[in-house]
Design a protein around this ligand. Sequence first.
Ligand code: PGA
Length: 254
Amino acid sequence: MNKERKLIIAGNWKMNKTAAEALDLVNGLKRELASVKEVDIVVCPPFTALDAVSKAILDSNLRLGAQNMSENGFGAYTGEIAAGMLKEFSVRFVILGHSERRQYQKEPDALISKKALAVHAAALKPIVCVGETLAEREGGRTEQVLETQVTGSLDGLSKEQMVETVVAYEPVWAIGTGKTATTEQAQSAHAFIRGVLVRMFDDTVARRVRIQYGGSVKPSNARELMSQPDVDGALVGGASLEVRSFADIIKNSI
Ligand code: PGA
């Protein structure tokens, strides 16, 4: 597939996989995906499996991501994880502001932007998630919600930092539900988000930012979603937990 931006497909394992199970999965992915050069492939295990996965993917084309990070450096923050800890395991990407954290941990946009700045300060790359709920879509508020989340969560980033930031559009109603956004809904939301980035930064920056789609991505719908001009990859939950389905999503997207 000839794309303006290189595709980035990331597996968000959420709170799944012990370290031993994570090794099985990642060793299988290494075998299946060794020859793939067209897509940036990222796996995001839970913190407790970062060490094992990081060693297993040395010398492979898989890159490591974390699912969250503190906005603070080392210090008295019980239960939190600092950038310096992630760097020890060669983490390159950090998912921020996933809808589950927005919902269960009540993470607001202002906190997500602080985390994004901390991720960049550590020379890591954030994957910043945005997306509307079903009620917001049905109420005709999708664009308003996306604009608020994009401007709030990316507030304060420089142009150089924005270019190294990935945005994930994940309609909340499509996450883990089996309901995927239609290709038209996805393309239209992605184009809208890119337009917000033009207003916040400029056209050149907006054209370089990769925007992933997330929400029930599977091998059967990956190709069509990835063929949309403003869809530059995927953030995959459930289907990233099995070698077969995650590898097929990537192969079907090339
Ligand atoms: P899903 O999750 O692929 O299981 O819908 C996507 C996500 O939450 O990142």
